[in-house]
Design a protein around this ligand. Structure first.
Ligand code: KG4
Ligand code: ZN
Length: 368
């Protein structure tokens, strides 16, 4: 079967055609992120307007590339179903664009429609194009701009939430820290790039007179790293960065080198907490598969840290991270989710629900 996926939860307008669970035939993503760079973050109203402009061209392109369909033929494209992001996290205005478009196409083309909760959709990037499939029981960590959540699952459709952030999501922490450091939106990639500059510089011997490593003594907090349970908290990190930035500004010391160092520390602090707590959960739940998902899982340092700690702890773990292009928002994982959780609903029942929990309840997804 072929599924047309549609994703518009935030600032990406995406459509994909996926065949038989794992084969991506087309993968189209238009992003309004460039526009949000100027404002240092997303303005929901502007993001929604961009979605409206992009949705039809993006779907047309995905169907053209995926199945050679063109609207000029006035025929119904040869797809079996439509999957659409209808649950959060997301911005309601943006999400409505994809939802209402999918409902219209479902009605006009007489195709079943499968609603997908974005948070859960992310993890299905791990099933796309991979062989063999991830084995249950497994743990997954979704780390994005809107979520930091750990789930335990024994089968598709059944997701037991075991912990998550009490305040800011990991991606939000990257974004807010970047803003404080004067680095561009989205914060994750720009923090990673600045951190890499720091690492390169510090892999060379210090110039005489600079004091080398000793110049940087700040260590940012690793919130809740040693605490029992699987909750996270990242808002304190933002406060610590803000304090540090103000101090350094007052002393006139906030130059590029210091900014790169602080970016490095932010990345270290966030990844330390994510790795330690998640691997503690792996040990407690005794799973042999761990999947990462969400925009933050594109972070190279986070991936490397997971791999090296898994070796240190001698865990027998099938650790998987999607390709970077499948980590951030796209419609391929939305279609992927729909293959494994094929629960079409009448188009009249599909609603855009920005809160992931409420969406899981409304669509009857088991939360353990
Ligand atoms: O999953 P996603 O594309 O959208 C949401 O559903 O939120 O995640 C976006 C988040 C942003 O906060 C962005 O800064 C972060 O993922 N991100 C990264 C990286 N690429 C994107 N964070 C750290 N390192 C990256 N390479
Ligand atoms: Zn996302």
């Amino acid at each position: 079967m072929l599924i047309l996926g549609i994703e518009t939860s935030c600032d990406e307008t995406a459509a994909s055609v996926v065949k038989d669970e794992r084969e991506i035939l087309s993968h189209v993503v238009a992003s309004s992120a460039q526009m949000h760079i100027q404002t240092g973050g997303i303005i929901p109203e502007r993001a929604a307007r961009e979605q409206i402009k992009s949705i039809i061209p993006v779907i047309e392109e995905a169907l053209g590339k995926g199945v050679g369909w063109s609207p000029k033929e006035k025929s119904v494209p040869p797809i079996g179903a439509i999957a659409v992001t209808a649950g959060g996290p997301g911005l309601v205005g943006s999400m409505l664009v994809g939802v209402e478009t999918a409902k219209t196409l479902s009605f006009v083309w007489s195709k079943p429609i499968v609603p997908v909760v974005h948070l859960l959709g992310h993890v299905y990037a791990n099933w796309l194009g991979t062989e063999p499939e991830p084995q249950f029981p497994l743990l997954f960590l979704t780390v994005s701009g809107g979520h930091t959540d750990l789930f335990y699952t024994e089968k598709h459709g059944d997701y037991k939430w075991i912990g998550g952030t009490r305040d800011d999501a990991a991606g939000e922490a990257f974004d807010k820290a970047a803003r404080l450091l004067g680095l561009p939106y989205p914060g994750g990639p720009s923090i990673a790039a600045a951190a890499a500059k720091h690492e390169i510089r510090n892999s060379r011997p210090p110039k005489s007179g600079t004091g080398g490593q000793a110049k940087f003594e700040t260590r940012l907090p690793r919130p809740m790293i040693g605490e029992d349970g699987f909750d996270f908290s990242f808002s304190g990190l933002k406060t610590a960065v803000s304090r540090e930035v103000n101090n350094l500004k007052n002393k006139n010391r906030l130059d590029e080198e210091v900014i790169n160092f602080l970016a490095f520390e932010v990345q270290e602090a966030i990844s330390d907490v994510l790795v330690e707590k998640t691997l503690k959960a792996v040990e407690k739940y005794n799973v042999s598969t761990l999947l990462l998902a969400g925009g933050v899982s594109a972070n190279q340092r986070l991936r490397e840290k997971f791999q090296s700690r898994i070796l240190d702890l001698d865990l027998n773990l099938d650790f998987r991270v999607p390709l970077p292009s499948l980590c951030t928002d796209n419609a391929s994982f939305i279609a992927g989710y729909a293959f494994y959780n094929y629960t079409p609903r009448p188009w009249k029942e599909i609603r855009a629900i920005p809160n992931a929990n409420e969406a899981m309840e409304y669509y009857g997804i088991n939360k353990g």
